[in-house]
Design a protein around this ligand. Structure first.
Ligand SMILES: Nc1ncnc2c1ncn2[C@@H]1O[C@H](COP(=O)(O)OP(=O)(O)OP(=O)(O)O)[C@@H](O)[C@H]1O
Ligand SMILES: [Mg+2]
Length: 404
């Protein structure tokens, strides 16, 4: 707006100064005012109306050149009447480099300089000194004004570019903040999901197994109603199971390791698990440890213990095996738990794909795999109908933290 109003402002100022300057004859004054009005009309018709609000944008070299030519001719005519219109002629200096490509702009500045230097005093006397001085003045003016204008338009460009960069940066920051919020939400959801899966695994391995065992004992007690001793034994076993399950459930909620590992090494805890299992049912389980047993990170020992528990529970429930063997092998980088049986076997891929489809049943293998996944371990199940089952769980051999 300011830039588009510049020619009018300079015209107005020059006209006002000219009027104040001194009282010329009235006719002369009217001609000057008439010329100033023509100049204003010219600016309006060839510059203001065609460019509209985009007064700083070039709107075609030829059209701008026409505007400048008219402007220059009118400035010359006005300056011929009163030198003070030199101020108006300076419009050419100020607008040229912004509205025209550089070369044209310099031509325009040179033309303005020519008018400004020639109109007031006419052409120089034909002596070498006067001509050289006259030309040097025009050249000097053109170069200096051209250079200042060029510099200011560069600065303006830089300013615009910086403004664009800041705007881009700001929008990138806003976008970033959005992404950040999204990430936090996702992380929280992932955390909730992770904890839910952990709890599902714990419920499966402690509460559900415990309750299944209690039901088994109570059913056995029912059948043994005639045999008072047997009946009592089953009831006591059910009570013990209930107490143990309750304790285990409490520990699960606090994410503590299984009670059985509190005071025993992993091989000892597995040994006692196997003993307990074999006391209740056939067949006897063979247990062996390979390599040098070292205390592992608590989470790893808990994982292997739970895997062994579920594998044995599955054998009891599904395998109808005549031989069962468990091996715990300590190797350099990994510790592997193998559970083998010669029972009916199954299709492991199908079993895992159907996990949880029948009323929350069939989650044991999936929970096993998730548990191992959480400690960077792997689960390998080999089985086929009629060919027994081999379950192999491997965890990285990370020793127990010092002082833990
Ligand atoms: N050692 C095994 N021998 C034969 N079949 C097995 C054995 N282990 C698992 N299966 C089969 O794989 C299925 C899935 O086992 P998974 O432990 O996931 O579920 P589940 O034991 O049926 O139920 P849950 O463990 O949730 O109480 C079992 O239903 C069973 O058919
Ligand atoms: Mg199971």
């Amino acid at each position: 707006m300011l830039f588009g109003g510049l020619p009018y402002l300079l015209l107005f100022l020059s006209t006002a100064l000219s009027l104040v300057h001194g009282p010329p004859p009235a006719r002369r004054l009217l001609t000057t005012l008439g010329l100033a009005a023509v100049a204003a009309g010219w600016i309006l018709a060839t510059y203001t109306l065609p460019t509209g609000r985009r007064s700083r944008q070039p709107y075609g070299t030829v059209r701008t050149a026409v505007y400048f030519a008219g402007l220059l001719a009118l400035s010359a005519a006005l300056m011929a009447r009163d030198q003070v219109f030199m101020l108006f002629a300076a419009t050419g200096f100020l607008q040229a480099l912004v509205l025209l490509p550089t070369v044209w702009a310099l031509v325009s500045v040179a033309a303005t300089s020519f008018v400004v230097n020639t109109v007031p005093d006419g052409f120089p006397r034909p002596t070498t000194g006067a001509v050289v001085g006259y030309l040097a003045a025009i050249a000097f003016q053109t170069v200096v004004i051209g250079w200042i204008n060029l510099l200011s338009s560069r600065l303006n460009e830089q300013h615009q570019r910086r403004k664009r960069t800041v705007a881009e940066l700001r929008s990138a920051l806003t976008e970033n903040a959005g992404l950040h919020a999204q990430l936090i939400t996702q992380a929280r959801e992932a955390g909730v999901l992770d904890e839910r899966q952990r709890m599902a695994g714990e419920i499966h391995d402690t509460l559900a197994q415990g309750l299944a065992g209690i039901i088994r004992q109570l059913e056995a007690a029912e059948h043994a109603e005639g045999d008072r001793q047997m009946w009592r034994r089953h009831l006591v076993a059910a009570k013990d199971l209930a107490r143990d399950s309750l304790a285990e459930a409490r520990r699960s909620v606090q994410a503590l390791r299984p009670e059985q590992l509190e005071s025993r090494t992993l091989p000892d805890a597995l040994e006692s698990l196997v003993e307990g299992w074999s006391q209740e049912r056939e067949p006897k389980v063979a247990f062996a440890t390979n390599g040098t047993a070292i205390p592992l990170h608590a989470e790893l020992e808990a994982t292997l213990y739970r895997v062994a528990q579920e594998a044995l529970a599955n054998i009891a429930k599904h395998a109808r095996a005549s031989k069962v063997g468990i091996t715990l092998s300590y190797m350099e980088d990994v510790v592997v738990l193998d559970v083998l049986d010669d029972g009916v076997g199954f299709d492991p891929v199908a079993a895992e794909a159907e996990a949880g489809t029948s009323g929350g049943h069939g989650l044991g293998l999936v929970a096993m795999r998730r548990r191992l996944g959480r400690v960077a371990g792997t689960l390998d199940i080999e089985s086929a109908r009629g060919e027994g089952t081999a379950i192999s769980a491997a965890v990285p051999a990370i020793p127990q933290e010092a002082g833990a």
